[in-house]
Write a protein that binds this ligand. Structure first.
Ligand code: ATP
Ligand code: MG
Length: 313
């Protein structure tokens, strides 16, 4: 197998008596997009900081393209772009000058730097605000510029720590599309978010951490199977029939849960064939079915089933 883009081995990081990262190991290969998920304080940001040498581990190792990372100034860091959760921008400087400053830190100058600045400003949808100071930007615009900075030196490994927090739905969609484009170009992405629909859209694998440890490292598709592989059947019913239908269906084998909604019932089925039994029974009872749809479980549903709570704040 090829050398992983990122190899993390038994990373530990303490802050005083608290162990923020408690023996985390994983590997990520080229072109993978991996969601790093977990509740507040789980250790996600600390892990990302260890991956780029912003923090030094108490023990354990990080290797980028097979090369051990030696602190914050290691040239192997050129492969990595980190969009930090805490904005790292100079408020007094314009967007353009911020990019120029950070580009210079990566040894970029002249035309290549100007072209890179233009490219990432377009990416972030900020080209028309390039010459305005950042302190006049909205929160979402700052967030987008913060992401642009991380992309300036065209890294092949992107670590994105909640890059869409505070970004409006339209700009968020544009950002997600741009990130999808980066993925298609072969970039490797580690993506932290509390928005499951983003993970669903961008990531084929998730690493779930809590209390500094990995709870799950799995393909999204496998997680869905692991969580029971159930599918949801949405049965449209007249309001007057909902309660009777609910009682009638309660004992059908293969129906694991029933949720009444305004339009009828949402049933969780162990497998799709159970839908036949459901329809047959409703027909026997003389309850007309107004509409019918099935839905695969969302990642949100899966987390609920696996952990008993959502990962969103
Ligand atoms: N510089 C620090 N000094 C002391 N404790 C810290 C420091 N940074 C993080 N911690 C602690 O380490 C733990 C993990 O924090 P971390 O920021 O990595 O969580 P997170 O998973 O990114 O959470 P969130 O979803 O809220 O961003 C927390 O208990 C936090 O209080
Ligand atoms: Mg964090």
């Amino acid at each position: 197998m090829s050398v992983p883009v990122l190899k993390v081995d038994r990373l530990v990081r303490r802050f005083g008596a608290r162990t923020a990262v408690d023996g985390i190991s994983f590997q990520i290969h080229r072109g993978e997009a991996v969601g790093l998920l977990g509740p507040n304080g789980a250790g996600k940001t600390t892990t990302l900081s260890l991956l780029v040498g912003l923090l030094t581990p108490d023990s354990g190792t990080v290797a980028i393209h097979g090369k051990a990372l030696q602190g914050d100034t290691d040239p192997v860091k050129r492969h990595i772009g980190l969009a930090t959760q805490e904005l790292a921008l100079y408020e007094e400087l314009t967007a353009w000058d911020n990019l120029g400053f950070f580009g210079a830190l990566y040894g970029m100058r002249g035309d290549p730097l100007a072209q890179a600045c233009q490219r990432v400003l377009d990416f972030a949808g900020l080209a028309d605000r390039a010459n305005e100071p950042v302190n006049g930007f909205s929160g979402g615009m700052k967030r987008r510029l913060n992401l642009a900075v991380a992309l300036l030196h065209d890294p092949d490994l992107l670590l994105l720590d909640e890059p869409t927090v505070g970004v409006d739905p339209q700009s968020r969609n544009a950002l997600l599309e741009s990130i999808e484009t980066l993925r298609r170009q072969g970039k490797t992405i580690v993506y932290t978010t509390h928005y499951m629909e983003e993970v669903e859209r961008l990531c084929e694998r998730v690493i779930v951490v809590d209390h500094g440890r990995i709870l799950t490292d799995a393909r999204v598709a496998d997680l869905k199977v692991q969580a029971g592989g159930g599918i949801q059947l949405r049965v449209g019913l007249a309001a007057s029939h909902i309660s009777e239908a609910r009682q009638s269906l309660a004992d059908v084998t293969g129906v694991s849960a029933i949720e009444p909604v305004a339009e009828g019932l949402h049933l969780w089925l162990n497998q799709v064939s159970v839908a036949g039994n459901v329809l047959e029974l409703l027909e026997q009872r003389g309850i007309p079915v107004l509409s019918l749809a099935t839905r695969q479980p969302s990642l949100e549903d899966v987390f609920l089933q696996l952990t008993g709570r959502t990962l969103r704040d």
